[in-house]
Write a protein that binds this ligand. Structure first.
Ligand code: GLS
Length: 876
C-alpha cells in the first residue's frame, strides 16, 4: 500500500497525505462532499435542507473514511507481521448502532460535533437516525459484539465471522389488547454506511447430493459474498474486522425459463439462495430445529473456514501443520459447531491430508464456548436431516464418533472389570431349587443373551450420534458433544455455569478429559455500556479519579470506593443518576405517550421473555403491590415507596407461555396505570421493541434491576454487569454472574433471595410434591388474575395453573411459587433502603466501583492467554 501511495505521489516527490483530516473545518468540508458525491443529495439542499436520515448518511460516509484508513493500515500490518489470529465464529452479532461508537472510539467526537453543529444539526439527533443492526437475539449475540470491540481495543489480531442477515431480530409491537406482534426488521432500508462490500471475495457452498468413495458431489450450490465491517478499538489505531456473509445464487437468473414464460422458475434459484441469509432465527435459549437453520450454520461456517484457509495457503502453501500456530476458531455456542466436520473435510478432501494429520490439526484449531444448560437449546440434528443436507459431513462425524468411542474402550473396559470385581458375588441358586421346565430355562437364557454388553452400554453415553430416549430409533447428532470432542478447550461463561456443565450436560466428557474444561466469565465493553451511553456519569468518574484511563482499565473504578461515604460526592452522583432517569422518562413519553414521574424508584427488568428468567415472578409481586395500594389507608399510603416498574423484552414467536407473560404484564400495566387510587405510587410499563439502543437509555436510568432467574438456569447474564457498571442495584438470585457480581460489589449490597443452584434439583425431585405452603400474597395475586381484574380470564388460565398445581407433571418447573416469599422479603428490603437515599447512593457507587472485573477486555485477555495463544500486534 505504501508503494502505491508513493507511486501516485505528485512529481515534486512529496507523497500525498492520504489520511483523512481531523480538524472541524476539514470534517465539515468532507461531510458536505460526501453528502453530495457519495449520497447524491441535491446540492441545492445541502446542508440545511437534507432530512436527518440523509444528514446521518453524509456524516457516516465521512467517518467511514477515517475508519477505512485505520482499518486498511491495521490489516496491512497484520498481514505483513503474520501473527496468530483468532476467528470468532458466531451466528449472531448484536451490534446496535455504530455512529456514536465509531466517533467515540476514534476519538473524533469533539471535531465531529463541532462540524455537525456548523452544518445545522446535532450529533445526538443524527445518532438517533441510525437503524439498529440487530443481528442477534439477546445476550449471546451482544456478547459477540462486545468481544470484537475488546479484541480491537486490545490490539489482538482477530476477526468476527457471521451472517449478514437481511432481516434482523423482529420488531416487537404491542397491540391495544396487550398482545405481542412481530414485524420484520428491515434494517438495511436506509443502506449500511459502515460495511464494505467485497464482491471479489466469494466462496462456493454446497448442499445435498451424493458421496461416492469419499467424494462429495453437491446437488445445490450457492455463493457466499463477503461484507467487511471495520471495528474500531479505543485509544489505539487498531481497527479489527467483522466479516459477514451474504448468500447469492450461483446462477443469477434462468433466462431460458424466463423466455419460456416460466417466471417463477426463472428466479427460483435466486430466491432459494437468498433465503439462507434472509432471516435471523428469533430464538434465544429456546428450541429450534428447522433445516434452514442448519443450512445457515453450514453456510457461514464453510465460507469462513474456506476464507481463512485460502489466506493461510497464500502465505504457507502446504505447511498445514503450521495452521494451529496461525489460527484459532472460537465457536460461539453450538451454532457453528459443524466447523469440526467442515475443517476435517477441507483438510482431507480438498487439501489431501490423511485423517490423523487432519484430526491433529483440527483439535488444536477449534475451541468451544457453551452458553446455556437449557436442554432444548443444545442443538441435536436428526441424522436423517444432516445426512441429507451434508452427506459427506455425516460420514466424517460418524467416523469421529467411532474413533472417539474406540479411544475410550480400554478405559471403560477397566472400569467395568473393576465394577464387576467389587460387586458382591451373585447368590448361588438355592440347593433345592425346583427343577425348571425347559421352556422357562430357554427364555431365561435368551434374556441373558439380550442383556447389553456392559462396555457398549457404558460407551453409549459418550456417543456423538445417539438415540433420543423418548424417540427410539431416531438418531441424532449431539452438536455440543461433537464440539467438545473436536476442540482444544471448552468453556462456560460464568464461574457457576462452568461448574454446572462439568456436573451435568458434559459430566461424562469432563471425567475423561478434565483438562479441556475452563471458565471464562463474560464481560461487557465499558465503552458502549458506560462511557458512551452514560456520559455524565463517565465525566463524574473521570473527575473523581483524576483520569479517564478507567475506560480501558476498568479495575481503576475501584478507586471510587473511597468516595462512597462522601456526602458531597453522593449528592453529585445522585444528581447524575436523576438526570438519567429524566432522560429515560422522556424517551418513554416519546415512545409510548406515558408520563412517568421521576421521583419514584426506577425498577427495570429487560431481557428476553422466558419462563426461566421469571418476569412472571416480578409481575405477580406487582399485582400484590397493586392490591396493597388499593386496600391501604391514607396513612399507609403515605408510607409507601413509589415505584416505576419497567419491563422490556421479546418473546420467541412460537413460545406461547412467554407471549402470555408479555400480555399479562401489559394488561396489568393498563389497569394499574389508569387506576386513580394508585396515582404515582405505582406505574408499570412494558417498553415495546427492547433493543440495544433502548438499553443504552434504560440502563443508565435504572436504580434497581432484576436478575431473578431460577438458580442454575441463567448461564451468566450480561445486562447484570451493565447495570452494575452504571451504579444500579441488583435484586437477584444466586445464579450466573450475579454470584461474581455479589463477590465484587459485596453480597450485603445486593438484594439476594431464593433457592440456590444446589437447592433447586432437590426441590424438583422431592420436596415440591409435599409442598402446600403457598404464600397468601401469592394466592391473592393469582386470585386477582383468576377473577378477571386484568380481564381475559380464560387466556391466562394456563399461566395461572402453571404455578398453582403441585403434582408430578413438572408444574412450576421454575419455582415461581416457592421463591415468592423470599422475593417479597427482598423487595421489602428494597423499599426500606430506598427511603434512605444516602445509603442507597453509597451502594450505587459501590456497584460501579466493583464492576471493573466485568469488562469484556478482561474476558478477552483471558481467552487470548488461556485458550487462543494470541498476542497483541499493535501498529505504531
Ligand atoms: C445466553 C445465556 O442465556 C446468558 O445467560 C449468557 O449471558 C449469554 C452469553 O454468554 O448466553 N445463552 C443463550 O443461548 N442466549 C444467551 O443470552
Amino acid at each position: 500500500l505504501e508503494k502505491v501511495r508513493e507511486a501516485v505521489a505528485p512529481s515534486n516527490g512529496v507523497p500525498i497525505d492520504w489520511k483523512p483530516k481531523s480538524d472541524p473545518a476539514s470534517i465539515q468540508a468532507d461531510v458536505l462532499q460526501n453528502l453530495e458525491f457519495t449520497i447524491g443529495a441535491p446540492s441545492s439542499k445541502i446542508p440545511n435542507e437534507v432530512d436527518v436520515k440523509t444528514a446521518y448518511r453524509g456524516v457516516a460516509a465521512s467517518l467511514r473514511e477515517h475508519l477505512i484508513d485505520a482499518f486498511n493500515r491495521t490489516q496491512d500490518y497484520w498481514s505483513k507481521e503474520d501473527p496468530k489470529f483468532v476467528y470468532y465464529l458466531s451466528a449472531e452479532f448484536l451490534m446496535g448502532r455504530s455512529l456514536l461508537n465509531t466517533v467515540q472510539n476514534l476519538e473524533l467526537t469533539g471535531p465531529y460535533s463541532e462540524a455537525i453543529k456548523k452544518l445545522g444539526y446535532d450529533l445526538e439527533t443524527l445518532v438517533d437516525a441510525e437503524q439498529n443492526a440487530a443481528l442477534g437475539n439477546g445476550g449471546l449475540g451482544r456478547l459477540a459484539a462486545c468481544f470484537i470491540d475488546s479484541m480491537a481495543t486490545l490490539d489482538l489480531p482477530g476477526w468476527g465471522y457471521g451472517i449478514r442477515y437481511k432481516y434482523g431480530m423482529f420488531k416487537q409491537a404491542i397491540d391495544a389488547k396487550g398482545y405481542q406482534q412481530e414485524l420484520p426488521d428491515i434494517w438495511l432500508s436506509n443502506g449500511n454506511p459502515w460495511e464494505i462490500a467485497r464482491p471479489e471475495i466469494t466462496y462456493k457452498i454446497g448442499f445435498y447430493g451424493t458421496v461416492d468413495n469419499f467424494k462429495w458431489s453437491p446437488a445445490e450450490q450457492v455463493i457466499a459474498k463477503a461484507y467487511d465491517n471495520p471495528i474500531p478499538g479505543y485509544k489505539t489505531n487498531t481497527v479489527g474486522n467483522l466479516r459477514l456473509w451474504e448468500a447469492l445464487p450461483l446462477n443469477e437468473f434462468d433466462l431460458d425459463a424466463f423466455n419460456k414464460g416460466e417466471y417463477d422458475k426463472a428466479v427460483e434459484e435466486r430466491r432459494k439462495a437468498e433465503d439462507i441469509s434472509a432471516v435471523l432465527y428469533p430464538n434465544d435459549a429456546t428450541e429450534y430445529g428447522k433445516q434452514l437453520r442448519l443450512k445457515q450454520q453450514y453456510f457461514f461456517v464453510s465460507a469462513s473456514i474456506q476464507d481463512v484457509l485460502a489466506r493461510f495457503k497464500e502465505k504457507h502453501a502446504g505447511n498445514w501443520s503450521l495452521l494451529p500456530e496461525k489460527a484459532i476458531f472460537q465457536m460461539n455456542d453450538t451454532h457453528p459447531t459443524i466447523a469440526v466436520a467442515e475443517l476435517m473435510r477441507l483438510l482431507i478432501d480438498q487439501e489431501g491430508l490423511d485423517w490423523d494429520t487432519a484430526w491433529g490439526i483440527t483439535i488444536k484449531t477449534l475451541a468451544f464456548t457453551n452458553h446455556t444448560v437449557m436442554p432444548e437449546a443444545l442443538e441435536k440434528w436428526p441424522v436423517a436431516v444432516l445426512g441429507k443436507l451434508l452427506p459427506r459431513h455425516l460420514e466424517i462425524i460418524d467416523k469421529i464418533d467411532t474413533i472417539w468411542k474406540d479411544s475410550l474402550k480400554e478405559k471403560i473396559l477397566a472400569q467395568v472389570e473393576q465394577e464387576k470385581n467389587s460387586a458382591p458375588p451373585k447368590a448361588e441358586p438355592a440347593a433345592k431349587a425346583p427343577a425348571k421346565d425347559d421352556k422357562k430355562a430357554a427364555e431365561e437364557e435368551e434374556e441373558e443373551e439380550e442383556e447389553e454388553d456392559p462396555v457398549e452400554a457404558a460407551l453409549s453415553k459418550y456417543g456423538i450420534i445417539t438415540e433420543i430416549p423418548w424417540q427410539k430409533d431416531v438418531k441424532v447428532i449431539n452438536m455440543a458433544y461433537l464440539a467438545v470432542v473436536g476442540s482444544k478447550a471448552v468453556n462456560g461463561v460464568a464461574a457457576i455455569h462452568s461448574e454446572i456443565i462439568k456436573d451435568t450436560i458434559f459430566k461424562d466428557f469432563y471425567e475423561v478429559m478434565p483438562e479441556k474444561f475452563q471458565n471464562k466469565t463474560n464481560g461487557v465493553t465499558p465503552r458502549r455500556w458506560l462511557a458512551w451511553c452514560n456520559p455524565a456519569l463517565a465525566e463524574l468518574i473521570t473527575q473523581t479519579l483524576g483520569t479517564d484511563a478507567w475506560i480501558n482499565e476498568t479495575t481503576l473504578l475501584a478507586g471510587l470506593r473511597q468516595h462512597a461515604d462522601d456526602k458531597a460526592f453522593q449528592a453529585k452522583w445522585r444528581a447524575v443518576k436523576h438526570a438519567a432517569k429524566e432522560k429515560l422518562s422522556h424517551k418513554i413519553k416519546a415512545l409510548m405517550g406515558i408520563d412517568l414521574p421521576t421521583d419514584p424508584l426506577y425498577d427495570v427488568q429487560i431481557k428476553r421473555i422466558h419462563e426461566y428468567k421469571r418476569q412472571y415472578l416480578n409481575i405477580l409481586s406487582l399485582i400484590y403491590r397493586y392490591h396493597q395500594i388499593k386496600t391501604a389507608t391514607p396513612e399507609e399510603k403515605a408510607k409507601m415507596v413509589p415505584r416505576v416498574s419497567i419491563f422490556g423484552g421479546k418473546a420467541a414467536s412460537a413460545y406461547y407461555a412467554a407471549k402470555k407473560i408479555v400480555r399479562l404484564i401489559n394488561r396489568v400495566g393498563t389497569v394499574v396505570n389508569s387506576d386513580p387510587d394508585v396515582g404515582d405510587l405505582l406505574k408499570i410499563v412494558f417498553v415495546p421493541d427492547y433493543n440495544v439502543d433502548l438499553a443504552e437509555v434504560l440502563i443508565p436510568g435504572a436504580e434497581l434491576s432484576q436478575h431473578i432467574s431460577t438458580a442454575g438456569t441463567e448461564a451468566s447474564g450480561t445486562s447484570n454487569m451493565k447495570f452494575a457498571m452504571n451504579g444500579c442495584l441488583i435484586i437477584g438470585t444466586m445464579d450466573g454472574a450475579n454470584i461474581e457480581i455479589a463477590q465484587e460489589t459485596g453480597k450485603e449490597n445486593m438484594f439476594v433471595f431464593g433457592m440456590d443452584a444446589e437447592d433447586v434439583p432437590v426441590w424438583r425431585e422431592g420436596k415440591r410434591k409435599e409442598w402446600k405452603d403457598y404464600d397468601p400474597r401469592f394466592v391473592k395475586a393469582l386470585d386477582m388474575i383468576k377473577s378477571g381484574t386484568f380481564g381475559e380470564v380464560d387466556y391466562f388460565k394456563d399461566l395461572v395453573e402453571s404455578v398453582s398445581v403441585m403434582n408430578d407433571h413438572n408444574n412450576d418447573w421454575f419455582l415461581v411459587a416457592p421463591d415468592f416469599t423470599d422475593y417479597m422479603r427482598a423487595q421489602d428490603e428494597v423499599d426500606k433502603l430506598y427511603a434512605d437515599q444516602d445509603e442507597w447512593t453509597r451502594r450505587s457507587i459501590l456497584y460501579t466501583a466493583g464492576s471493573g472485573f466485568f469488562s469484556s477486555d478482561r474476558t478477552i485477555d483471558q481467552y487470548a492467554k488461556e485458550i487462543w495463544d494470541v498476542v497483541p500486534c499493535k501498529r505504531h
